[in-house]
Design a binder for this molecule. Sequence first.
Ligand code: ATP
Ligand code: MG
Length: 211
Amino acid sequence: MTASPGRPVPRRVGIMGGTFDPIHHGHLVAGSEVAHLFQLDEVVFVPTGQPWQKDTSKVTPAEHRYLMTVIATAENPQFRVSRIEIDRDGPTYTIDTLRELRSIYGPEVELFFITGADALGAILSWHNVDELFDLAHFVGCNRPGHRLTDTGLPDGKVSLVEIPALAISSTECRERVRKGEPIWYLVPDGIVRYINKTGLYLDDRMAGGER
Ligand code: ATP
Ligand code: MG
């Protein structure tokens, strides 16, 4: 993600973090809906480097995940992709990402961190959660199979929103590819073609190349 000459400085910026292994329509609908509901100037998709919550030996190399995110978002002028997490060494922490985005966009920007219900639940259990809430407003989206409740949420720091429910997960997409089942219409067409071209997810040991 670089500054574009001539573009007005964005004031309200959504951040959609994820492993995106692969990116699917659930991610894209969440970004699009929250952009609409919160009148965001843009949404930045941030593929994770080494997610500390996941077994990194099972995560596809970052460059594939980054390229798929670029392909999936390319046609939407409001969507951008950032390399900040994949270019940063060591495990990925959201707090570092929010601090870095704040310094890129400047102190005036309002950041909205977009998550699904499952990810929001996990975030609320983190230690430095108060500092996270100081850096961004959090937006939790419903996700089939995960319940969102507003009990225990800090006042004014988190919004829960209803988006069109899509029961799609990256885990399910990877499984389907491995079993030879179609993923058309669960992910953008370009992602189906990228996965076919690279052979990603065909085999537990080989998928993603070097692991
Ligand atoms: P995996 O199965 O590998 O964990 P995933 O489908 O959960 O993949 P992630 O990259 O882990 O995708 O998720 C990134 C963010 O997108 C998280 O905040 C997650 O809650 C949210 N998200 C993923 N799928 C959906 C969906 N279908 N609807 C709403 N939010 C979603
Ligand atoms: Mg997930």
